[in-house]
Write a protein that binds this ligand. Structure first.
Ligand code: PAF
Length: 282
């Protein structure tokens, strides 16, 4: 496995490998790898000749109240994890390498951002899209892997790839769950014992919604009310949002039809958890 820190070298390696006909799978990350990232690497590994992982804590996607310096970093551990998952290249640039001077361009994401978690993080997805345009041009992947735990990010990337005609297949990877259905998250460790016992009710609420839609309910407000009642009945937690949109467009729906996302965020005492399901309705 090679660790590359400069854009010039990374682009040179990738251009040469692609010229030889190799397919490239790409997992973009900000490091501090967890099981979610591992499942992206595990999915990507057998589908591509070359597997590239990038580790770059992107300053552009942090808001003024979010602490970039406090973002957890552990390159040695990440290096070992990547090696065990069969990664061929880690692209590990510095902020100076990625943003050497004040840029004259940035990407503005005009749709899909002012809902769900994006509502409370203005500018976040502009930062994500801007760094991904750079990373896609540097790595030139055939396939890029993103976790559906952050389904809004997947929707934004889908739009980015389509609008800017990147010749890249977006591969969304399902959320990894504990045996009791709780979506795995590094934040789960902040739950108290009682909260940990309640937290699977978030996914149960989503599954209840799915079953109710399958039985014929098509009114989004009724589904939101149903999930809200389920969560407030079973959890000592505050519902931040429960929202339903078309997917990946993230447009409001009067009636449930086509591909939809039901997403929620719930605040326990020390952890804000998110979860979602994506359904295809006939
Ligand atoms: O999901 C992340 O870790 C980041 O948003 C990404 C896609 C690596 C862009 O910085």
């Amino acid at each position: 496995m090679k660790i590359i820190t400069t854009i010039a070298e990374m682009q040179k390696e990738m251009t040469a490998l692609k010229a030889q006909g190799h397919t490239v799978g790409y997992v973009p990350t900000m490091g501090f790898l967890h099981e979610g990232h591992m499942s992206l690497m595990k999915t990507a590994r057998p589908q591509n000749d070359i597997l590239v992982l990038s580790i770059f804590v992107n300053p552009l996607q942090f808001g003024p109240t979010e602490d970039l310096d406090a973002y957890p970093r552990d390159f040695d551990r990440d290096h070992k994890t990547a090696e065990a998952e069969g990664v061929d290249f880690i692209f590990y640039p510095s902020a100076e390498e990625m943003y050497p001077q004040e840029a004259s361009n940035k990407v503005t994401v005009q749709q899909r951002t002012n809902v769900l978690c994006g509502k409370s993080r203005p500018g976040h997805f502009d930062g994500v899209a801007t760094v991904l345009v750079k990373l896609f041009n540097i790595i030139q992947p055939d396939r890029a892997y993103f976790g559906l735990k952050d389904a809004q990010q997947v929707a934004v990337v889908e739009g980015l790839i389509k609008d800017f005609n990147f010749p890249i297949e977006l591969v969304p990877v399902n959320t990894i769950r504990e045996d009791d259905g709780l979506a795995k998250s590094s934040r789960n460790v902040y739950l108290s014992k009682e909260e940990r016992a309640q937290a699977p009710e978030l996914n149960k609420g989503l599954q209840l919604a799915k079953a109710t839609i399958e039985s014929g309910e098509r009114n989004p407000q009724n589904i939101v009310r149903l999930i809200n009642k389920h969560i407030t009945d079973h959890c000592d937690a505050e519902v931040d949002y429960i929202e339903i949109y078309s997917y990946p467009e993230l447009k409001k729906l009067e009636t449930l039809s086509g591909k939809i996302i039901i997403a929620l965020a719930v605040r326990f005492s020390k952890a804000r958890l998110i979860d979602n399901i994506i359904l295809e309705i006939e």
